[in-house]
Design a protein around this ligand. Structure first.
Ligand SMILES: [Zn+2]
Length: 303
C-alpha cells in the first residue's frame, strides 16, 4: 500500500511523457551548475530548463496539444480575486477542459480529496502538482502539515512534498496545492549543526511522533506575529529514516531576488531553475546565491 502511490505516480509520469504532455525531454541531460557553500555545507544547484519558457506561450501549447484550442473560455471558473482575469489553472474541471491529455490521479490524504496532475513545465523528475478537489484558499492550518506527511508516507518516502505560502511563492493563492517530485533538494544535505549558517532563516524538524504538532505550532507562531505578511515555504523529505520538515520563514513583501525573480519553495530549498535570464544563470556562484537569499530575508527575521 505505502509504495503503491509512488509507483502509480512514476508510471503516470512516464505515460504523460509518452503522450507528449510533458514539455522538453525529462530524460535528457540538464545543464547544471553546482555551487558548494563552505558556510552551510550545502551544494546549491542552478539548472537551465529552457522548456519552461513555453509555459505561458498559448499558441505553442495549443500546437503541441498540451492546451485544448477548442476550450470553452466561458465555461472556465475564474476566481473573482484574480486581477489578471485568468481561469483557475488548478480547478479539476478547468484542467479537464483545457488539458485533455492530462491524467488526474485521485488521492485521499489527511481526510481530503486531491488530484495529482503532471506538471508539463516540470522543475524536476516526476513533478506533479497535488491539487485540492475543491477551490479553497492556499492558507496555512494544521491540515497542511498533515497532508504533507500523509503524502510522504503514502509514497513510501520517495517523493518530496513542497508547500508555498500564499503570495510567498504560490502564484495561485486561491486554490490549495502542493508540489511533489522525486529529485532530492540541496537543503536535504544540511547538517543539523549548521542550520544557522543557511543563507535564509530555516528550522529543520527531525522525524518524531509529534512532528505535525511541532511544525504547525511553529508556523502558526510565525504567521500570527504578522498575519498580513508572514508566510512560510515548507519541504517534507525523508531524513534519517523518517520524514523531516524544513520550514523557511517568508514575508510577502520580500519575495523577489534581483538575480532570480520570484523565490518559491524550489529556490529556498537550494534549487534555482532558469528558463531565461541566461546571464544570471551563467553568473552562478556563491555570492549570487547569497545575494538572492539576502533579498528575501524577512524584515522581522533579520539579526
Ligand atoms: Zn481553482
Amino acid at each position: 500500500m505505502s509504495e503503491s502511490l509512488a509507483r502509480r505516480l512514476i508510471d503516470a509520469w512516464a505515460d504523460q511523457v509518452d503522450a507528449g504532455f510533458i514539455l522538453g525531454d525529462p530524460a535528457a541531460p540538464i545543464e547544471t551548475r553546482l555551487i558548494p557553500d563552505p558556510a552551510s555545507g550545502v551544494t546549491f544547484r542552478f539548472r537551465w530548463l529552457p522548456h519552461r519558457d513555453l509555459r505561458t506561450d498559448t499558441a505553442a501549447l495549443e500546437r503541441k496539444g498540451i492546451l485544448n484550442p477548442d476550450r470553452d473560455e466561458s465555461a472556465l471558473y475564474r476566481d473573482p480575486r484574480d486581477p489578471s482575469g485568468r481561469h483557475c489553472f488548478l480547478c479539476p474541471s478547468n484542467i479537464r477542459m483545457c488539458h485533455p491529455l492530462e491524467e488526474l490521479i485521485p488521492i485521499r490524504a489527511a481526510s481530503r480529496a486531491w488530484f495529482a496532475g503532471a506538471n508539463f513545465a516540470w522543475l524536476a523528475q516526476n513533478h506533479f502538482t497535488v491539487i485540492a478537489e475543491d477551490h479553497v484558499d492556499q492558507s496555512f492550518d494544521s491540515s497542511v502539515v498533515e497532508t504533507m506527511l500523509d503524502l510522504h508516507k503514502q509514497t513510501g518516502g520517495e517523493f518530496r512534498i513542497v508547500y508555498n505560502g500564499a503570495y510567498a511563492g504560490a502564484t495561485i493563492p486561491w486554490h490549495l496545492h502542493f508540489h511533489i517530485s522525486t529529485d532530492p533538494f540541496p537543503v536535504e544535505s544540511l547538517d543539523a549543526g549548521r542550520v544557522h549558517s543557511y543563507p535564509l532563516p530555516i528550522r529543520v524538524f527531525a522525524a518524531s511522533s509529534a512532528l505535525d504538532e511541532e511544525v504547525t505550532d511553529y508556523v502558526k507562531g510565525w504567521e500570527e506575529r504578522d498575519p498580513e505578511h508572514h508566510r512560510v515555504n515548507m519541504l517534507v523529505a525523508e531524513r534519517d529514516e523518517g520524514p523531516a520538515a524544513y520550514v523557511f520563514l517568508r514575508d510577502t513583501r520580500v519575495i523577489i531576488a534581483r538575480n532570480k525573480g520570484l523565490m518559491g519553495g524550489w529556490e529556498v530549498a537550494g534549487d534555482f531553475a532558469y528558463d531565461d535570464r541566461r546571464h544570471d544563470f551563467e553568473a552562478a556562484d556563491i555570492s549570487a546565491v547569497r545575494a538572492a537569499f539576502a533579498d528575501i530575508v524577512p524584515p522581522d527575521a533579520r539579526s
